[in-house]
Design a protein. Structure first.
Length: 284
């Protein structure tokens, strides 16, 4: 791959998906895109770049999908789900007792393990949530992962990663070598395609946002823009959960950490004399 081809691909990926590749990731690009080029009858990266420059939307999508990391598993990192069970949901049960509605957004949901983990966890609160309107919105850039998520069919390997055996028995049905998630849990999650680089205000506001293990791939400016827009999509008493290697520190003041709840953040609000509660520093 020529340096110019690499620069073209880097810019394309940053602009379209937010993926920020450092200058030394040629090997990664080659290992993912040479097979893609061959599958499309092209000789290699040079020809692939020519086709992309000629304006092939389908190929651009394939390149983005080939370069994104979809790694996920049930109850990933455990701690955010413990916080949800022990602090976030109990608090919301009180705070939303009049409205009896909860909106949760999983903002880079990959093949569905994360939103379905949240749905299974909410089932533990079934008695308290009786008659409530519960929405779990799961979004991802990639149509491929959303299709798999919607199907709710997982391999033996996938259900062995993070899913307690009691939940496997309770919520899944074995179909040959695969496991089908039961319809009641699947029905709790709406899957939609969404690029976090684009406006998402049409989704409305949420009580909880899980945005985990995606911002880690973005550069600082892109992270700042997404954080500030996430802050506006969160209720003033809502909660943002980030991945274990992600933080707001040094990037935005639109959120502040939940004390004693690692990985959880709340909107950072000030009381403005004229307009009431206002987000701190959330432009962009
Ligand atoms: C590593 S997975 C994380 C999945 C899950 N949140 C977790 O922590 O297990 C990252 C996901 O982010 C998605 N993604 C990457 N760039 C995105 C973007 N610009 N907008 C929305 N989703 C994006 C990828 O398609 C991928 O499914």
């Amino acid at each position: 791959m020529t340096p110019l081809d690499y620069e073209y691909l880097r810019r394309l990926l940053r602009e379209r998906s937010g993926l920020d590749l450092s200058a030394d990731k040629q090997y990664l690009v080659e290992s993912r895109l040479v097979p893609l080029a061959r599958r499309n009858g092209l000789t290699g990266i040079g020809e692939l770049v020519q086709k992309l420059k000629a304006g092939s939307d389908a190929l651009t999508i394939d390149v983005i999908e080939a370069m994104t990391t979809n790694e996920t598993f049930f109850f990933r990192d455990k701690i955010p789900f413990d916080h949800l069970r022990q602090a976030v949901i109990p608090e919301l049960l009180q705070a939303r007792s009049a409205k009896r509605a909860l909106r949760i957004w999983c903002a880079a949901s990959s093949t569905g393990q994360e939103p379905y983990s949240i749905a299974m966890l909410l089932k533990e609160f079934a008695a308290d949530l009786l008659g409530w309107r519960i929405e779990i919105v799961a979004t991802d850039l990639s149509l491929g992962v959303l299709e798999k998520a919607r199907a709710g069919i997982f391999s033996q390997f996938e259900v062995q990663r993070g899913l307690p055996i009691q939940l496997l028995v309770k919520h899944f049905r074995q179909v040959g070598e695969l496991w089908q998630l039961n319809a009641d849990i699947r029905a709790m999650v709406q899957h939609r395609q969404l690029n976090l680089l684009q406006d998402f205000s049409h989704l409305g506001t949420f009580d909880v946002i899980f945005c985990r293990n995606v911002l880690i791939y973005f550069d600082q400016d892109t992270k700042l823009g997404v954080f500030n827009r996430l802050a506006r999509s969160l209720e003033p008493d809502g909660t943002l959960a980030l991945g274990a290697a992600e933080s707001i520190v040094g990037i935005t003041e639109a959120f502040k950490p939940w004390p004693e709840r690692r990985g959880l953040y709340r909107p950072n609000l000030t009381r403005d004399a004229r307009s009431g509660l206002k987000l701190v520093a959330a432009a962009g």
